[in-house]
Design a protein around this ligand. Structure first.
Ligand SMILES: *Cc1c(COP(=O)(O)O)cnc(C)c1O
Length: 389
């Protein structure tokens, strides 16, 4: 036994399903193939200049060089509350109902530590962002899969959750607009979630990273808009996708003061907050000129249209998404998610994400991230066409 024998919490992690794709990608790259990577959900567009300027200015101020407040600068939390009021009509107390996060992933990952005891259940969507399940395991909880299926418009079927499971559950995670399926949810669905959560005494965590990345004039709702949501729920938000700030590490959670307090108690023992200069840049992002958001939406909308049209012409089954920069596409007959993704990589130099990597109910699908320029997407379509599915 090595001194670095891993702890059980690491050993219990599900096998990393992208390992094989990662290995193949290296191999294909080594052959000198011009790879088009539509795998990662990371914007290819730079952060808008006025936000970068705000960071530069704030970085020069010595008062920003010290430890920040653990739960976030008051000015940032007030900005978030104001933005929620204007965007969603949701009223928040910036002191008790808002917390700054080092990206929403950080908050989502730490949240179960505050509320989950050994053996408690967390209801997690599948296919889904892998953090929900893994954070549950790290906290000693038991993930219970809520499958997201096409016949239910990729919404969890709450009636299918057995009562004894619901009664042992302490948290439910939902995520709309959704990664990876790009499905959206309306307030009527959120109301059903509130009723379910109240009946079974469950905390609802809504991951809302994609509310601003929506097309054709659609404005996705906040979970907190619906009656009673704040009594049981929190929403996790991010500047990453809205303002092309994935590398900056800033997000926030809002909602029930008890939920925020628990998360804050964990975080104050783990990290020491977000660099104030980054929070000041975040204020500029949320308060400044929003035409950069309109432009981001126009860019992805054009990419979506190009890609959906091209895929359909080749006979692929794909819904044109109302939101997110993902296409969730059915693999053609005769392939599994993995064998399809492997063939695209080997024969066309195209990286897509096999759907089963997001959980077993994602089998039969692959995900395309629209994070490349139009000319590269056209090239990807041309290469796909050559393969003749
Ligand atoms: C990108 C993404 C996030 C955002 O993560 P950050 O840590 O804020 O960068 C959260 N949830 C989902 C589902 C995402 O796809």
């Amino acid at each position: 036994m090595t001194v670095f024998e891993k702890a059980e919490r690491l050993k219990q992690l599900p096998p990393y399903l992208f390992k094989e794709i990662d290995r193949k990608k290296k191999e294909v790259m080594a052959r000198g193939v011009d790879i088009i990577d539509l795998g990662v959900g990371d914007p290819d567009i730079p952060t808008p200049p006025h936000i970068i300027q705000a960071l530069k200015k704030a970085a020069d101020e010595p008062q920003n060089h010290r430890y920040p407040s653990y739960s976030g600068m008051s000015a940032f939390k007030e900005t978030v509350a104001q933005w929620y009021g204007e965007r969603f009509g949701v009223t928040l107390d910036p002191a008790k109902e808002v917390i700054t996060l080092i990206g929403s992933k950080e908050g989502i990952a730490h949240f179960p530590l505050a509320f989950i005891n050994a053996g408690d259940i967390v209801l997690v969507p599948s296919p889904g962002y892998p953090v929900y399940r893994i954070a549950t395991l790290f906290a000693g909880g038991e993930p219970y899969t809520m499958p997201l299926l096409k016949e239910n418009y990729f919404l969890p079927d709450l009636d299918a959750i057995p009562d004894e499971v619901a009664d042992r559950a302490r948290i439910m995670v939902i995520n709309y607009p959704n990664n990876p399926t790009s499905a959206t949810a309306d307030p009527a669905f959120f109301s059903k979630v509130v009723a379910f959560a109240k009946k079974h005494r469950i905390i609802v965590c809504h991951d809302a990273a994609y509310t601003e990345m929506a097309f054709d004039g659609y404005k996705p709702p906040s979970f907190l808009e619906v009656e009673g949501a704040k009594e049981i729920g929190l929403e996790f938000h991010s500047l990453s996708k809205t303002y092309n700030m994935t590398g900056w590490r800033i997000g926030f959670a809002v909602g029930n003061p008890g939920g925020i307090e628990g998360l804050s108690a964990i975080k104050s023992n783990v990290d020491s907050g977000v660099f104030q200069a980054v929070q000041l840049a975040g204020i500029e992002a949320l308060r400044g000129d929003q035409s950069c958001v309109d432009e981001m939406v126009r860019t992805y909308q054009a990419r979506r249209d190009e890609m959906v049209k091209g895929l359909r012409e080749m006979g692929f089954e794909v819904t044109s998404p109302k939101a997110t920069f993902y296409l969730w596409v059915q693999v053609p007959g005769g392939y599994s998610s993995t064998s399809f993704a492997a063939r695209l990589l080997e024969e066309a130099g195209l990286v897509v994400t096999p759907g089963n990597g997001f959980g077993e109910p994602g089998e039969g699908y692959f995900r395309i991230a629209l994070t490349k320029r139009l000319d590269r997407l056209s090239e990807a379509l041309a290469r796909l066409n050559v393969l003749r599915f």
